[in-house]
Write a protein that binds this ligand. Structure first.
Ligand SMILES: Nc1ncnc2c1ncn2[C@@H]1O[C@H](COP(=O)(O)OP(=O)(O)OP(=O)(O)O)[C@@H](O)[C@H]1O
Ligand SMILES: [Mg+2]
Length: 279
């Protein structure tokens, strides 16, 4: 068995989705290692993300979840290991590089800039200039156009509660803020969306909104990595669950192959994945 089929086999392949897992992963990592002085951040981690799946990443505090996604997106440079997109090696030096390759990331901290309006947040670091000399020579921003398109992307995602695109993000509710961050991730034809704890600070209704958006993105064919401590959320939306423990990958399961209690037991080391866990 190759490493890839082995990984998928841990918890089996989600029923009815076999066609997804016969494809090449859109994003793969092999043997990622990163150390911070004497602290081991990642200890040779593998990860596979398939087209059109939600891959949850769970693990205790300090297990290396955020570090893993930072290595995948160029925010950190791993000491060693390989990352491929659609089978081709990539070497992201900064987050902008992975963004240009179609990976949108909502980092655990700083998902949005509160003082800016919604349209500006959506177009952060990719502002559009006006047509002709106004844009090319005078560097004038196409503010009207950005607002119009921002409104469209927010509407496409069904975020009806946001009315005014020139409203400052600091005046939005927590859920609406996350919604803006997810809308930004979805608005630019990305292939992969990575969300680090998007529902951590949210209430029931707001979390539901973000989870619905994740499902919508998946149904559009995007691949999503969802880092979360909220097991019911994970079991609700994930196709597969990558369990991170002490800087390594303890295994990959599915909501069908293992229940929440078993998932948490693997996460804390109370239970080990064995060959019998392979479906
Ligand atoms: N820039 C850094 N400098 C030093 N140590 C770091 C750095 N980034 C991460 N670490 C360490 O790497 C380990 C993994 O941290 P990481 O933030 O990835 O954990 P996590 O799984 O995301 O945890 P949480 O659930 O609390 O968000 C921790 O021991 C952390 O202290
Ligand atoms: Mg983290």
């Amino acid at each position: 068995m190759t490493a890839t089929t082995m990984e998928v086999a841990y918890g089996g392949v989600p029923a009815g989705k076999e066609h997804i897992y016969s494809q090449e992963p859109v994003l793969s990592a092999r043997k990622l290692v990163i150390t911070f002085g004497r602290v081991i951040g990642l200890d040779g981690v593998d990860l596979d993300l398939y087209p059109g799946e939600v891959l949850a990443v769970i693990g205790d505090n300090g297990a290396g979840k955020s570090t893993l996604i930072k290595c995948l997106t160029g925010a950190y440079t791993p000491d060693s290991g390989q990352i491929t997109m659609n089978g081709k090696p990539v070497h992201f030096k900064r987050p902008q590089d992975s963004r240009e390759a179609g990976i949108e990331t909502v980092y655990q901290q700083l998902a949005v800039i509160p003082a800016l309006d919604i349209a500006s947040n959506l177009y952060l670091a990719r502002e559009e200039r006006r047509k002709g000399v106004l844009g090319s020579v005078f560097r004038m921003l196409d503010k009207k156009g950005m607002e119009k398109r921002a409104g469209q992307s927010v509407q496409d995602l069904g975020i009806q509660t946001i009315q005014n695109m020139s409203q400052a993000v600091e005046t939005l509710s927590g859920g609406q803020r996350q919604a803006v961050a997810v809308a930004r991730a979805a608005a630019f034809g990305s292939k992969v969306v990575i969300l680090d704890e998007p529902t951590a600070a949210l209430g029931v209704k707001e979390s539901g909104m973000v989870l619905d958006m994740i499902k919508q993105l998946r149904d559009k064919g995007l691949s999503i990595i969802l880092i979360s401590h909220n097991m019911p959320h994970v079991w609700e939306v994930a196709d597969r669950i990558h369990i991170q423990r002490l800087g390594g990958r303890a295994g990959v399961i599915t909501p069908q192959s293992h229940d929440m209690g078993e998932g948490v037991a693997i996460m804390t080391g109370a239970k080990r994945l064995t060959p019998e866990d392979a479906a």
